[in-house]
Design a protein around this ligand. Structure first.
Ligand code: ARG
Length: 638
């Protein structure tokens, strides 16, 4: 066709129906919202659900409205879709096979996919505050949620055209430093510090905290250390820096393992000199009042926050989390000129952020500051099999580093069992990717609002909606192309490199994986049945034959699944719910398996072979693009 290929066919249909509403002169056409969504595959590819509510609101017959809309659709669109009215007034669309082929031919690289998605969030500058741990404590398993969900949201937004600023808002200031510094000065074990510095800091805090509970003199001394720090005492500042440096080193080891890189790490301390302005403005705007010596903000219109205040200065005159967050909000809008701000924490901070946002809206309105969009994305807890927060046998929180180490060890055992012939270095490399990805994917594939039960067997399984399953699906497609001697991304045997699948968010390709063949991926029956005697001849034929539109049941089902990617990407990003994308990738891998089992890729008919190889290469592209958006590293063999 001559029409340019729309990236998101659902959006294209939405726009066409909106236009048809005006063309058909529906009364109040501007209130009509087509609501085009992916449909139950038995009825079509997309369904418009908006006719019913419109007809109801305007007291019209929905079928008559649907018919008027269809009659007003451009002929060109009717050539490209089978259109039918169903039930009381749903409109179903099924893309014709030629449309599927056009799309598959056009969207041949991650670059083109990005260009297609650029309108979703193009021109938006979004600051994402994630990970943001408190210093002097180990990261435990619960911390992974903010990191992996936050990183995925950054990658999704970037892919969809936004300019993303990643800020790690470290909790590097606060009352804990009085006890920490007292502990450091009075109870330090030098050897332990050299061995495992963060562990020693954690111990010092516990020791100081215990001592302060029973000995008033210690409590006073710790308070005095805190005051000295706040007044800029050089020795205490030096210790404070040292403590933060130790924490930062440990945090960054994990960030590296998870391929997370921040643009900024402006911790709470960064805002210290910006707090007086907050007290000033909150008071001069008439938002803050004194209550029992503290400075507080009430929200009279709110059922709870009318009575429960947002405390912005404690009665002892000290600043707190709320003060810092107000200053942080201001800095992000003034200095970074963020259009949109996203903060990730667990659900326990819901009240804090609700109060922060209520306060900010009123404050910005009074001052005439430009209000950004704001999202506090919260997430549930990771539970053990007993339904309580995941703990070690001794009842301590599970450390994230030991969890990741264990994941890699378990993955190594699995890989060794499946592919004992691989050199150890290759098995280690695969295990690092599979282990870390499995933990990460297990988290992302759950609805972030819910708690979930952490289950080693489930997350490391090669069956089901897991990282091992999807990584394996990817390696299987690589192995198909490898056997044919074809380039997996062009299916033409050309010299194009692997770069087409890059999402440009992070160079997390499969790096140095040089595993030799003859492993897990190589021995499936379908593949041996498909393998040609001479790959070279195939590659030459395929390079020249033009693919025909999908034809068989399984080709069509796979092609239709591939074309859902844009709508899934849009919904995932709009609702900040990575599990939508996970579910989609899992289903896509399933559609591919069914297709591959049913339809012989190496057909004797060159055009058939070309279209089947096209389906293989596009499945690979979308699987790899999707997995990279989820922050996974990829493998070409396992
Ligand atoms: N440090 C906080 C915590 O560990 C999370 C900070 C989130 N960001 C923010 N701007 N408050 O709970």
């Amino acid at each position: 066709t001559t029409t340019p290929v729309s990236f998101n066919l659902a959006a294209e249909l939405d726009a066409a129906l909106k236009h048809a509403a005006t063309a058909a002169a529906l009364d109040e056409a501007d209130t009509f919202s087509p609501e085009v969504r992916p449909a139950d595959p038995r009825h079509g590819d997309f369904q418009a659900n908006g006719v019913l509510p419109y007809a109801k609101a305007h007291k019209q017959n929905p079928r008559a409205v649907a018919e008027a809309l269809l009659a007003a659709l451009p002929a060109e669109l009717r050539d490209r879709y089978e259109v039918a009215i169903a039930g009381p007034g749903f409109i179903n669309f099924r893309a014709r096979p030629a449309v599927l082929l056009d799309w598959l031919l056009h969207y041949d690289s991650a670059r083109k996919l990005r260009a297609g998605a650029a309108s979703y969030h193009g021109g938006e500058r979004t600051l994402v505050d994630y990970s943001s741990p408190n210093t002097a404590k180990q990261l435990h398993v619960g911390h992974i949620r903010s990191m992996v969900i936050g990183e995925t949201i950054c990658r999704l937004l970037e892919f969809c055209g936004a300019e993303v600023i990643r800020d790690n808002h470290i909790g590097d200031w606060g009352t804990q430093f009085g006890k920490l510094i007292w502990g450091y000065k009075n109870r330090l074990d030098e050897n332990a510090l050299a061995q495992d510095p963060l562990e020693e800091l954690e111990r010092l805090y516990k020791v100081a905290d215990e001592a302060a509970k029973t000995q008033p003199a210690v409590l006073d001394a710790a308070r005095a250390e805190l005051v000295k720090l706040q007044q800029g005492d050089p020795e205490n500042l030096r210790l404070w820096n040292e403590i933060n440096r130790i924490s930062s080193t440990a945090f960054h080891r994990i960030y590296e393992q998870l391929d997370i890189r921040f643009d900024h790490e402006l911790g709470e301390s960064f805002y210290n000199d910006k707090l007086p302005r907050i007290y000033d403005e909150m008071q001069s705007c008439g938002l803050a009042t004194e209550s029992q010596g503290a400075l507080v903000v009430f929200h009279p219109e709110h059922p709870r926050f009318a009575k429960q205040p947002f405390i912005i200065r404690k009665s002892d005159g000290a600043s707190n989390y709320a003060t810092t967050d107000l200053a942080t909000m201001l800095y992000r809008t003034e200095h970074f000129a963020a259009d949109s701000i996203i903060i990730l924490t667990d659900t326990r901070q819901n009240d804090h952020f609700e109060q922060l946002w209520l306060t900010t809206q009123k404050w910005y309105a009074k001052k005439g500051y430009r209000l950004p969009k704001f999202e506090h994305l919260s997430f549930g807890s990771i539970l053990g099999h007993d339904g309580r927060a995941l703990k070690t046998r001794t009842g301590d929180p599970v450390r994230l580093q030991s969890l990741l180490d264990e994941a890699v060890e378990r993955a190594f055992a699995l890989v060794t069992e499946k592919s004992p012939e691989l050199p150890e270095a290759d098995r280690r490399h695969i295990a690092e990717t599979v282990g870390v990805s499995a933990v990460r994917y297990a988290d992302l594939s759950q609805n972030r609002s819910s708690d979930y039960v952490f289950d080693w067997d489930k997350l490391l399984s090669f069956d089901g909606n897991t990282a091992p399953y999807l990584l394996y699906a990817v390696t299987r497609i690589h192995s198909i192309f490898r056997k044919l001697g074809l380039d997996p991304y062009t299916a033409t045997g050309g010299e194009n490199g692997r770069s087409t699948a890059d999402t440009a968010t992070a160079a997390t390709g499969d790096g140095g994986n040089s595993a030799a063949g003859g492993s897990m991926a190589t021995a499936t029956e379908e593949e041996s049945a498909n393998a040609p005697a001479t790959a070279a001849a195939t590659s030459a034929d395929t390079a020249h034959a033009a693919p025909t539109p999908p034809e068989t049941e399984h080709e069509l089902a796979l092609a239709r699944k591939l074309l859902q990617f844009p709508a899934v990407l849009q919904a995932t990003t709009a609702q900040f719910r990575p599990h939508f994308l996970c579910t989609y990738l899992f289903e896509l891998a399933g559609s591919f398996s069914s297709f591959y089992a049913a339809d012989k890729v190496l057909s004797d008919e060159p055009a058939t072979r070309a279209r089947r190889l096209l389906l293989c290469t596009r499945t690979l592209l979308l699987l790899e693009t999707g997995l990279k958006l989820l922050g996974l590293r990829l493998l070409t063999r396992m």
